[in-house]
Design a protein around this ligand. Sequence first.
Ligand SMILES: C[S@@+](CC[C@H](N)C(=O)[O-])C[C@H]1O[C@@H](n2cnc3c(N)ncnc32)[C@H](O)[C@@H]1O
Ligand code: SF4
Length: 352
Amino acid sequence: MHEDGSGKLIALAEPKAATDMRGRPLSDLRISVMDRCNFRCPYCMPRATYDDRYRFLSATERLTFDEVSRLARLFVAEGVRKLRLTGGEPLLRSGLADLVGELSSIQGVEDLALTTNGVLLAQHAAELAANGLRRVTVSLDTLDHETFRRMSGGFDGLERVQDGIRAAREAGLAPIKINTVVQRGINDGQILDLARHFRGTGIILRFIEYMDVGNRNDWDTRRVVPSRELRDAIMAEFPLRPVAGAYRGEVAERYTYEDGAGEIGFISSVSQPFCGDCTRARLSSDGVFYTCLFATHGTDLRTPLRQDASDDALLDRIRGNWRRRDDRYSELRRSAATAQPLRKIEMHYIGG
Ligand SMILES: C[S@@+](CC[C@H](N)C(=O)[O-])C[C@H]1O[C@@H](n2cnc3c(N)ncnc32)[C@H](O)[C@@H]1O
Ligand code: SF4
């Protein structure tokens, strides 16, 4: 309620979400808090590029937690209801639980989640949950040590990731989701092991098609395994039933095991693009606002923020950019419009 000046209380209308040129509302914000990572997954940060000479953002270039919180509050005023912290590896950002505490206190935030590779999760799960994190997505591509090494860019850590998943569960973070990027010839032979491992645990496994994010991962369409193929392989052993989409913009095609062993999902950005329902904005760790995961450019919010811009001025910038949004890269991927190679933003920087 709100006073109208004459002493009468009037109900405040729910803020109306800004919509873009294709009528898509702004409802999710993914916040990259760190462009660095403790892994070098070849499909994301191949070692050849991300070596000792690579120049990552410095601490002063990254937004402070207060700056992130202020921008998040403004995005919420424009209609955002879901926040996700990501990176790079978000748990490399020290004191992340403090930021979670600030974000969880923003009125209007209905969902606050984290995407992590899980290596540091066991250390932080309890504090994150206590400060208001609702749920976590852990990236795990395999249960095989050798494949894990290969897909993380040469690291051991499978046990630590599994410990992290356990700690998240004990901390009450739910639902826990597992993201598995599938690459033909690398881990596609292991998807049934993953399905067997997670079914019946309450943890939701989601297979992600290998995407052409950025320009450095040497993407090759022959390495993409279409979700349909994965789903058929799983269905041959475990019958599945589709679940109706829960909300606009949901990225995963969801299924339940017919025997009641829980849910499994497929994210098919390559074979079945979902741009038409994409409601996600992205904020890089240095404060650039992007309207697409495959964007070639974004809008700097850090400069006005650090020059004491008013909330109204920042809101205008956020709203204006969303209203001009016309992105649908995944739908255009194969058409002439994308025949020219684009200089896309890298995933570790923009956030997954
Ligand atoms: C960029 S990571 C950032 C968060 C954290 N480091 C992690 O790995 O969960 C976010 C998600 O993007 C996925 N990802 C990275 N590169 C990808 C690619 N080329 N295709 C599909 N998914 C990718 C990762 O597997 C992960 O689930
Ligand atoms: S996918 Fe996540 S863990 Fe792997 S290199 Fe990228 S940011 Fe790091």
